[in-house]
Write a protein that binds this ligand. Structure first.
Ligand code: SF4
Length: 169
């Protein structure tokens, strides 16, 4: 079987924010350590709430908590804001898919305590098809000899690759 790059929940998260960042991460290009803004990894950890003790490590994904609600398993992700909603949805969907591949059927729940809001994320064949496309795309982007051109987005302000992408500005 040909080698397939493992894709993590973090890859999925960044894919829905910036394709260039996916490439930079896949190629282990170190972000600017001196950046006073939040860099890779740390940002996601802070964007998530209360990580730690109850984290479930499934190899390519780390799940915050799995609870039982009315007899159903629910993977609950607590976020500080709904700002990166599409990324958060697909990252959670990816967790549900990994669990499904292990024979565990669960629903997802995104919780935004500071906004007093939550959202249910459910695995469906349609969403799975979109997720599979994203995974394929992440692998395709990683194989490119050069990173995709930078595109200015609001996340650039928080991104530790800022200097790398926009040094001449
Ligand atoms: S600075 Fe902007 S374009 Fe560059 S990797 Fe970060 S988010 Fe992407």
């Amino acid at each position: 079987m040909p080698y397939e790059m493992p894709v993590t929940g973090t890859d999925i998260w960044y894919y829905y924010i910036c394709k260039r960042q996916c490439w930079l991460m896949a190629h282990r290009i170190a972000p600017d350590e001196e950046d006073e803004n939040v860099e890779i990894g740390r940002f996601i950890h802070e964007y998530r709430y209360e990580r730690g003790k109850r984290e479930l490590d499934l190899g390519s994904v780390k799940i915050d908590r799995v609870i039982k609600v009315k007899g159903e398993l629910v993977v609950r992700e607590i976020k500080k804001s709904s700002r990166f909603l599409e990324s958060a949805r697909f990252q959670l969907l990816y967790y549900l898919d990994v669990l499904r591949n292990m024979g565990v059927i669960a629903k997802g729940e995104l919780v935004f305590p500071e906004e007093r809001d939550k959202e249910t994320v459910e695995w469906t064949p349609e969403k799975k098809a979109e997720l599979d496309k994203a995974v394929e795309e992440i692998r395709r982007i990683a194989r490119l000899p050069m990173p995709p051109e930078p595109k200015k987005i609001s996340f650039c302000k928080k991104c530790a690759y800022r200097e790398y992408c926009w040094a001449e500005e």
